[in-house]
Structure formats: structure tokens, C-alpha cells
Design a protein around this ligand. Structure first.
Ligand SMILES: [Zn+2]
Length: 239
């Protein structure tokens, strides 16, 4: 069997067989990896807590026919601070879930990897505003080629005032365009979203409580609409 090294951020894992887990990892080089950690569910596993979700790890893998087996793992970055706070863990879970939904197996995904790394790092450094997740989702949409129109009308392309948002239309729409299913927005919301879409995740502008909640709702529904699935971590935030 061939041995290779790789690295990535752990997205999730699930039990496999008696004592093993399948660990799903986003690698910058090979996209989504499904790997097996043998014996990880035994009390004295040699992996310890190193394959917990959100951990950036360096791996040595035995290549298998279907799944690669992890033989060595070392931690590159733990993002340990974000684990101390439930809201931060939920926000990280949303990022990981969205990435998991769009990443493909066997396809390099450097931009997606770097986006996730920056998002987790911002959380780890104490960013608590929901604007971080909003900005993350808008950037994720851009990485997969689905950036919503925010500075112009998604329907006619004009730089008109946009007070509605069409999920199927692909973004903000002006009042001249009859767009079925478009929702009305608070004036100024598209500009707020546009700033977040361009912002550095590590240096977000001061959140504005008039816009943050609605901005998150729009970004989330937009990504959900195009991924055709609900982001269940965000559903937890609703409750
Ligand atoms: Zn229009």
C-alpha cells in the first residue's frame, strides 16, 4: 500500500465498525478526504483528541481502495479558544457544515480551505458578532461561483436602488424588475451585506444591530437556497 502525507481541517467524524471512526477532513490539496482512524474509540487511543472537529492536522495516510487510513497525526492549529464558548462552537459548526456541503472529494480546494482557516481563526481570536458567519457565508458563495448581486440589480444589472432580495434571481433586485418571491429589505441592507462580502474576516467593521440579524438571515437563506439544504447548526441559533 502507498503511503502519503497530507493536511487539513477536521470537519466531522462518525463511528465506523467496533472501535474506529471515519474522519472527514478538508485538505487544501485533495478537497474532502474520508479517512479511517483505527481504534480511536478505545479509551487509550493513540490519536487522543487530535482528530476533534475544527482541528488543523498534519497526516500520514495509508492509501486504501475506498478510504485512506490515518497512521500518524500531528496538530498544526487547535483553535482551542473557540471551544470555550457555545456560541463560538455553533458558529464554527456552521462554517464547517457549509464547507462540508460544497467541498468535493479529490478536487483541490485551496480557496475553500483558506476561507475556513481564516473563519476559525477569527472565532478563535474572539470575534463574537454574527456578522462573521454572514461574511463567511457570502465569501463561501463567491468561492463556489455563486456570489449574490449586491451592488446592482440581479435581474436587470442596473445600479439602481435595491430594496428587495430574490433568492432564485441571485441577489438584490430593483423595484422595476418584477421578481417573484423576492423579499423586501430594510433600506441600507444590501450595502451592509456588500461591505461584509468584501471585509477581512480578521478585521470586520463594527457590527450594526439594526442590520446584523437580517443580514445573517439573507446570507443564510441565500446559501441554503443554492445548496438545497438547511444548515442545521444555524437552526440551533434560531431556537
Ligand atoms: Zn432591476
Amino acid at each position: 500500500m502507498a503511503i502519503r502525507s497530507d493536511q487539513g481541517i477536521v470537519l466531522r467524524s462518525f463511528p465506523f465498525g467496533e472501535a474506529d471512526r471515519v474522519v472527514v477532513i478538508l485538505s487544501p490539496n485533495h478537497g474532502k478526504l474520508r479517512t479511517v482512524a483505527k481504534g480511536i474509540r478505545k479509551t487509550k487511543s493513540r490519536f487522543g483528541g487530535r482528530l476533534e472537529p475544527f482541528t488543523h492536522v498534519d497526516l500520514v495516510l495509508y492509501e486504501g481502495r475506498n478510504l485512506d487510513t490515518i497512521t500518524q497525526v500531528s496538530v498544526i492549529e487547535t483553535f482551542s479558544h473557540l471551544r470555550d464558548d457555545l456560541d463560538q462552537v455553533i458558529a464554527a459548526g456552521t462554517m464547517v457544515e457549509a464547507v462540508d456541503a460544497v467541498a468535493s472529494e479529490g478536487e483541490p480546494s485551496l480557496r475553500l480551505f483558506l476561507l475556513l482557516q481564516r473563519g476559525l481563526r477569527a472565532l478563535d481570536q474572539g470575534e463574537t458578532s454574527s456578522d462573521l458567519v454572514t461574511a463567511f457565508l457570502l465569501k463561501l458563495a463567491e468561492v463556489i461561483g455563486l456570489a449574490p448581486a449586491l451592488d446592482f440589480c440581479a435581474s436587470c444589472g442596473r445600479q439602481a436602488q435595491t430594496l428587495r432580495f430574490g433568492f432564485a434571481a441571485g441577489g438584490a433586485v430593483c423595484d422595476n424588475c418584477p421578481t417573484e418571491g423576492a423579499v423586501r429589505l430594510r433600506p441600507g441592507l444590501t450595502a451592509y451585506l456588500s461591505v461584509l462580502a468584501e471585509a477581512d474576516l480578521a478585521d470586520l467593521p463594527q457590527p450594526d444591530p439594526r442590520f446584523s440579524g437580517e443580514a445573517m438571515g439573507i446570507a443564510r437563506r441565500f446559501v441554503e437556497y443554492h445548496l438545497e439544504r438547511r444548515l442545521s447548526s444555524l437552526a440551533v441559533l434560531d431556537e
